[in-house]
Design a binder for this molecule. Structure first.
Ligand SMILES: O=C(O)[C@H](CS(=O)(=O)O)OP(=O)(O)O
Ligand SMILES: [Mg+2]
Length: 233
C-alpha cells in the first residue's frame, strides 16, 4: 500500500482514499459517541453551522471543542462524553482540527476518520480494499502533530499487513504537545482521563466512515468483518 502523510494545508486535490487522523481528541470523542449509542455524527463546518443545525433539530446533540459554550450540549472530551446516554441520537461535532480535516477531503471516494481507539478496525478495512494509495490526513499542527502522525504511521503499517508493536507509537503520542497541553490544563473542556482514553489501542471494534448525505458530511460506525472483504461501497 502506498501511503502519503499530509497536513490539512498540503491537501491540493481530493485523494481517492483518505484516513483523517485526530487522536486528541476529535476522533477519539467520535468513537466514544458511537459507543454511547449515537446513530451518526454530522461534521459541522463552523460553530455557527453547528448551532444552526441544533436550532433546526433541537433533539440533536451539539458538541464543540474548547470550554462549554452557550447553545452547545457537550465538549470535545472523551472523559466527559462517556457519561452521556446518546442512544439513537444525532451528534453535531465541530472541532479545530479533526472535523476540518474530514471536511477538507469530502470529495474522496472513501473517507475514514481514525484514532488509536479504532486503529485495527481502520487498518482491517483498508486491508480489505483494492486501492493503490491511501492519504493519511495528519490533522493537528498543520501535519506536525506527533500523536496524529504516530497513529497514522501505525495504521499504515497495520494496513500493509506488518506485525507492528504499537508501544513506540503510543509512547510518541503520549509525549506529544497535545498530550502535555491536555494534562497541564492548557486546553479547555478537559477531563483528567482524556489523554489515557485517547491512548487506548483498539478500544472499539468498528471503523468510522464519513459520507455526504443531503449536503452534510455524516460519520457513522462501520463494523469491519474480521476476515475477507469488508465491502464498503
Ligand atoms: O479538542 C481538542 O483537543 C482540539 C482543540 S484544542 O486544541 O483543545 O483547542 O480539537 P481537535 O480537532 O479534536 O484536535
Ligand atoms: Mg487533535
Amino acid at each position: 500500500m502506498d501511503a502519503r502523510f499530509l497536513g490539512i494545508p498540503e491537501l491540493a486535490e481530493a485523494p481517492s482514499v483518505a484516513v483523517v487522523v485526530d487522536v486528541m481528541r476529535a476522533f477519539t470523542v467520535a468513537a466514544w459517541a458511537f459507543a454511547q449509542g449515537a446513530e451518526r455524527i454530522v461534521l459541522a463546518e463552523s460553530p455557527d453551522e453547528a448551532l444552526a443545525l441544533k436550532a433546526r433539530h433541537p433533539e440533536w446533540v451539539a458538541l464543540k471543542d474548547g470550554p462549554p459554550a452557550p447553545g452547545f450540549d457537550a465538549v470535545n472530551s472523551p472523559g466527559l462524553l462517556r457519561s452521556f446516554d446518546l442512544g439513537g441520537r444525532t451528534v453535531v461535532q465541530k472541532t479545530t482540527a479533526g472535523t476540518v480535516g474530514a471536511l477538507a477531503v469530502k470529495e474522496a471516494s472513501l473517507v475514514l476518520c481514525a484514532s488509536f481507539v479504532v486503529a485495527e478496525a481502520t487498518a482491517r478495512l483498508l486491508r480489505s480494499r483494492d486501492r493503490d494509495g491511501v492519504t493519511f490526513v495528519v490533522t493537528g499542527e498543520d501535519g506536525r502533530a506527533d500523536e496524529d502522525l504516530a497513529c497514522a504511521q501505525y495504521i499504515a503499517l497495520r494496513a500493509a499487513g506488518a506485525g507492528t508493536d504499537a508501544a513506540d507509537f503510543l509512547r510518541r503520542a503520549g509525549a506529544s504537545r497535545a498530550a502535555h497541553e491536555l494534562a497541564e490544563g492548557v486546553r479547555q473542556g478537559v477531563h483528567p482521563d482524556d489523554v489515557a482514553l485517547c491512548l487506548e489501542l483498539d478500544r472499539f471494534p468498528f471503523a468510522m466512515v464519513a459520507t455526504p448525505e443531503d449536503s452534510l458530511m455524516v460519520l457513522r460506525p462501520y463494523a469491519v468483518p474480521s476476515s475477507t472483504d469488508a465491502g464498503v461501497r
